[in-house]
Design a protein around this ligand. Structure first.
Ligand SMILES: Cc1cc2nc3c(=O)[nH]c(=O)nc-3n(C[C@H](O)[C@H](O)[C@H](O)COP(=O)(O)OP(=O)(O)OC[C@H]3O[C@@H](n4cnc5c(N)ncnc54)[C@H](O)[C@@H]3O)c2cc1C
Length: 304
């Protein structure tokens, strides 16, 4: 990224633009090299201007939520990591016949869950305890306990790489298991969620139970990015990894969790290479023993 580009980005982004930032600070795995620039977009006008500039200059960007499903390679990330902040992290309770809310893409999922609970709006209890933002949740079709975010989405607003905001209703969205088809450069700005009324006490009870079950199953005491692999049809990646005897296997500072085999945890000083080496080992062993090709759920980005 040359000096002219940096100068122009600073003119557009001001204090909200930083250069050469460790992605380990912006991912829950706490690993990864530096990104060339990091931009915390506060409002739509500024975001549009930045996106149009980046597109014109052929500079790539990656929307980064909580980084809870991201693994950035040790060589860092070219281009710009964009975090949706400020007005993108707001939530609105709209008054329609059916209860519904519009949540900004930068809003953390736990705030969404709290907001809904306080107002007796049911439907997102399954998201309790999933780290991440609304945008990341929609992009990844986050889910648990047999439910997925696609089940409550009425409409999303996106920004194209040309800086045009568009509304897309749920019928036009192609959600899949842990993903949503988006065009290159497309940014989710907000989502309208269709909910239902229920007693706050009952909603809270469900949430407490969901969080309790998560604590029992998943290793929340060490940095991770959640489930590394997608569950293959009719089976569980965790069961397969356990069956090939890799629970507790360590490479460098990374370890296959002894609590849940589909989690890799950072014991403190892991590098992305350690994590990738463990992932390769899992893929090979599961293929050898079960003839099943595991595919990754997490997004691996950056330079090797
Ligand atoms: C301990 C732990 C437990 C987890 N448990 C679960 C679970 O039970 N179920 C589950 O589904 N997931 C789980 N996850 C994974 C993760 O929390 C979810 O996938 C979450 O939805 C990711 O949100 P994020 O904001 O962190 O996205 P990020 O990790 O920052 O990004 C993920 C992807 O989404 C894209 N993206 C993010 N925001 C936008 C946007 N506004 N517009 C367009 N693209 C965007 C990014 O570019 C990237 O490709 C877990 C993770 C951890 C660490």
């Amino acid at each position: 990224m040359d000096a002219h580009i940096k100068k122009r980005m600073k003119e557009i982004g001001g204090q909200a633009i930083l250069f050469d930032v460790p992605m380990s600070q912006y991912t829950t795995f706490r690993v990864g090299g530096n990104v060339e620039a990091l931009y915390k977009a506060k409002n739509l006008e500024a975001l549009k201007e930045m996106i149009c500039f980046l597109m014109d200059e052929g500079i790539s960007y990656l929307i980064t939520g909580c980084g809870s499903n991201l693994l950035v390679r040790d060589g860092g990330l070219k281009g710009v990591a964009i975090i949706l902040d400020g007005s993108f992290a707001l939530i609105e309770h709209t008054t329609m016949a059916e209860p519904c809310i519009v949540a900004g893409a930068g809003l953390p999922l736990h705030k969404l869950v709290d907001f809904c609970t306080e107002r007796g709006l049911a439907g997102v209890e399954f998201l309790a305890g999933i780290p991440g933002t609304v945008g990341g949740g929609v992009a990844m079709n986050a889910g648990s306990w047999g439910q997925e975010i696609k089940g409550v989405i009425g409409e999303i607003t996106t920004l194209t790489g040309r800086g045009i905001a568009e509304k897309r209703d749920s019928l036009s969205l192609n959600f899949k298991y842990r993903g949503l088809d988006l065009n290159k450069g497309q940014i989710i700005l907000n989502a309208r969620l269709n909910l239902r009324f229920d007693k706050p006490a009952l909603i809270r009870k469900k949430i407490i139970s969901n969080i309790q079950r998560r604590k029992e199953r998943f290793p929340f005491d060490m940095p991770s990015a959640g489930s590394i692999f997608k569950n293959p049809e009719g089976d569980y990646a965790g069961r397969l990894i356990d069956a090939v005897g890799l629970k507790g296997k360590t490479i460098g500072g990374a370890m296959i969790s002894s609590k849940h085999a589909n989690f890799i945890v950072n014991k403190g000083k892991a590098s992305t290479s350690d994590i990738l080496a463990l992932m390769d080992l899992v893929i090979v062993k599961v293929r050898e023993m079960f003839d099943i090709q595991l595919s990754t759920e997490i997004k691996v980005v950056g330079e090797g």
